[in-house]
Design a protein around this ligand. Structure first.
Ligand code: DX5
Ligand code: ZN
Length: 240
């Protein structure tokens, strides 16, 4: 296997596009179809102009987030909230595995990264389309995941911004250089407008984890649920 884990691809359906009246079932069905992570978008109508779900819903979904082999599935919390720190312990308590935040939303980025890890979670930094990767410069040791936004945050169903591929490639270089020096791998995730027809290009740019909301939850098949769309995404990745 590639020592830097670059080929260990993970698909993270965003439940933002799921049926909110049946969230537990939606999580179970998408995991049955082979999802690796459950991507959990938290919006506060302040940092972003939309309002979604919080720690209570995370806690309610935790028992439903089980992989077909019986292991717990990773709940990948994407915080689009400001301030950040107040809500971090609540998500850790609610069963989040990864907690990512936008550097512009925290007054003390290093402190927030430390807070997330102190609560036993992996810490992620999220980069909006116009946010420079320089926020990573002095904190690589405290980052477990880099999330590149390929849309402006706030809504599902937007179109992929192609410039994000350049940023993914830049982030891949930083992560590989850091891995070579430290022996530690950092996940590289992409979020927004990911579909079966662009996922291979995103993988070739260097991403290993792919958030897909509308592409997955907009493709439910009456007979086989989400297997069809998940297989399509996997096939496209296999050809990358
Ligand atoms: C946008 C969210 C995304 C969103 C992706 O702010 O962070 O996770 O759900 O949805 P699609 O895949 O439909 O662009
Ligand atoms: Zn997201």
């Amino acid at each position: 296997m590639d020592p830097l884990n670059r080929r260990e691809y993970r698909i993270a359906p965003s439940i933002l596009s799921a049926d909110f009246a049946r969230l537990g079932d939606e999580v179970e069905h998408v995991l049955a179809a082979g999802a690796d992570f459950i991507h959990f978008d938290v919006m506060d109508n302040h940092y972003v102009p939309n309002l979604t779900i919080g720690p209570m819903v995370c806690k309610a979904l935790r028992p439903h987030a089980v992989r077909p082999d019986g292991d717990p599935a990773v709940i990948d919390v994407h915080l689009m909230v400001k301030p950040v720190d107040r809500i971090v312990p609540d998500f850790a308590e609610a069963g989040a595995d990864i907690i990512s935040f936008h550097p512009e939303a925290s007054d003390h980025i290093d402190r927030t990264l430390g807070l997330i890890r102190e609560h036993g979670c992996k810490a992620g930094l999220v980069f909006n389309p116009a946010t420079p990767l320089t926020y990573l410069d002095y904190v690589m040791d405290r980052v477990d995941l880099v999330l590149i936004m390929s849309v402006n945050p706030g809504f599902g169903g937007q179109s992929f911004i192609d410039e994000a591929l350049v940023k993914v490639a830049d982030a891949r270089k930083r992560i590989d250089a850091y891995a070579a020096a430290s022996g530690r791998t950092i996940m590289l995730e992409v979020d927004g407008g990911v579909k079966a027809d662009n996922i291979a290009a995103i993988a070739r740019a260097g991403a290993c984890t792919f958030v897909a909301g509308s592409a997955v939850f907009g493709s439910r098949d009456a007979d086989c649920g989400y297997h069809g769309v998940m297989n399509k995404l996997r096939e496209a990745l296999a050809a990358a």
